[in-house]
Design a protein around this ligand. Structure first.
Ligand code: ZN
Length: 304
């Protein structure tokens, strides 16, 4: 029986659930395993937990609460590390170069570049339907639809070939970005300290993540998924994960050669063409941003 992993807001706080069809089943109440109260706890022992959850999904069938009656929050309200691929779609890299009046950059593979990631604070994660307050310091908050990967097994120095074995599942992310806070305007030209990735990428609500985790086995090829983003019903991004420069496997192999990846860590794999920065459009209070990926569901976030 197929199911997704989610977190819902109960009277006692956030709790892990599986979604079977349109029903939401509280995992720990059914399994009586303490760790099953949170998705982080479930992922900590993912291979065993999966067997337990498979059995639960079979057993529970149509029981549980209807999905329409449950408030879903981010399946990982506080993930481990959140790594984000920078400029990882050819179309987006060209778009960002155009903004700066530069020619389209070459494929990084051709000039010996390896993947690169910045860190987004796990504290910036918010729910799939949460409203997001525009940070007071920025006038240029932008959207970035991204496929997010959740690690399900400790990964250190893994090969590209084996990389996907360490993945528990996939979900939808938005890498909201404060474009005007990424540079320290007063920093002297050429200063090594001219960029401010934290202000650019990490503010409260900067990382909507959800709506649930689709298990890896449900997705035949994560490099063949449509990815779209609408602002107020107008399509802004429309691409496919096949256009990534560095594949998910390349990213996991590279990251795991630099630092151990742990269950519950998340990798945002980059955004395609169509961000606001390319056309000088930014988000205003009241805007509704819908981010969707084929087979993984949709985030709906209203800016305030
Ligand atoms: Zn991004």
């Amino acid at each position: 029986m197929s199911y997704c992993l989610a977190t819902y807001q109960s009277a006692d706080g956030p709790r892990a659930a599986i979604i079977v069809g349109e029903r939401v089943i509280d995992v720990a109440k059914a399994t009586r395993v303490n760790g099953d109260v949170s998705v982080m706890g479930i992922l900590a022992d993912w291979s065993k937990a999966r067997t337990r959850l498979d059995a639960l999904a079979e057993r529970q069938g149509a029981r549980g609460q209807p999905l329409s009656k449950v408030k879903l929050i981010s399946p990982l309200p506080l993930p481990g590390a959140v790594y984000c691929a920078g400029s990882n779609y050819g179309d987006h890299a060209a778009e960002m170069a155009r903004v700066k009046g530069l020619p389209p950059p070459p494929d990084p593979h051709e000039i010996g570049l390896e993947p690169w990631h910045f860190i987004k604070s796990s504290r910036s994660v918010t729910g799939p339907y949460a409203s997001v307050k525009l940070p007071a310091a920025s006038k240029k908050v932008d959207w970035e639809a991204e496929l997010a990967v959740v690690i399900g097994r400790k990964a250190s120095n893994v090969s590209e070939k084996d990389a996907l074995r360490y993945v528990a599942g996939y979900l939808v992310a938005n890498d909201f970005s404060a474009r005007d806070l990424g540079r320290r305007a007063a920093a002297p030209a050429g200063s090594l300290f001219a960029t401010d990735w934290t202000s650019h990428k990490s503010f409260d609500g900067a990382c909507p993540l959800g709506p649930w985790i689709t298990l890896k086995r449900e997705i035949k090829d994560p490099q063949k998924l449509g990815i779209q983003l609408d602002v107020n019903g107008v399509r802004k991004q429309d691409s496919n994960t096949s256009h990534m420069i560095f594949s998910i496997s390349e990213q996991i192999a590279f990251l795991s050669s630099r630092i151990t990846l742990w269950p519950g860590d998340v990798i945002l794999t980059g955004t395609p063409d169509g961000v606001g920065n390319g056309r000088g459009e930014f988000l205003n209070a009241g805007d509704v941003v819908r981010t969707r990926i084929e087979g993984l569901g949709e985030l709906v976030n209203k800016m305030s």
